[in-house]
Write a protein that binds this ligand. Sequence first.
Ligand code: PEP
Ligand code: MN
Length: 346
Amino acid sequence: MIFLCNSREDAWRIIELIRSAHTGRIFNYVINDSFGRVFLIIDGNLEAITDGFIERNELHKVFSILDGDDLFFVTDQTLVPELRIGKRLYDPQDHKVSVIAGPCAIESYESLYETAMALKKEGVSVFRAMPGKPRTSPYNFQGVGDIGWEYLHRIKEDTGLPVLGEVLCQEDIDLALEYDIDLIQIGTRNMQNYDLLKRAARSRIPTILKKGMWCTNEQLLKAAEYFYVYGSGNVILAERGIQTHETGTRNTFDVSSILTLKEKTCLPVLADASHGTGVREFVTPVNCAAVLMGADLVEVEVHMDPDSTIKPGDYYQMLDIGQYRELLKELAGVMALVGKRFDFES
Ligand code: PEP
Ligand code: MN
């Protein structure tokens, strides 16, 4: 249930009422005033207790789970979150596109620095590199671990680029805060790790939430709803392909989901055609299609020498710097058609 309260005191009065009428039963609640209004959010249905009280005190119950629809904040287009994507303050109407690029897992500081500088020269909004990566196989390179957060911080200082790292667990979020990381990412395998979502939401660090490879857009939106309830809507929705029976590509990238997500929310939507297709030659055309459909960000894997990457398999989808330059050129052409430009252009 969600209540729109006149003040935090009202919210506490409702909580006390439920406590006294409901002895011994545990219920969870959050008071959230990040949107200039005071919302009390309670899990479970306690209408029998609260309804009379709400009427007497002229409070507003704005949402009941009995309606059978679990989306409230995420579909409210008037609640535009204050969200930084690197140096860009997100505005759904600003006609800008951000590009996030970098390797998959961090291999060494030296290789990170070389790649970050090369990308900076071409133009990039945020540099990505993952301290750790969950892998389907235990024999695949899993990243460098905690030291990776320190490396990302050094990259930020040494290159001036905003940085993105993936969080695998709640402790990673503490490290992201400690090392002043600009953006974090929750990968496809963790989209339904709800305790991790709550912790990321509470941290207020802008978070890319990648659609679970087995999930629907509806499930992605429900996961994003956590970022409103427990945070300030600090979330970017990412289409990164889902598993289907198709074997020609690593995943099936659903271009139309960009439309669905843009239609339902005012949140930024990101396209990741690297993981979405797993095929280097498809990365540029599919990202161009996504930008035409309205994607606000593109995330792409780039390596100085894709053939030498430590994780076998990744080189199929990684671009080298020349191919990255080509991607930017193609994207610029497509963006010109729809009146958009890169956020790193002056
Ligand atoms: C990645 O961004 O490197 C990655 C593996 O993402 P996903 O979780 O979408 O597979
Ligand atoms: Mn990857």
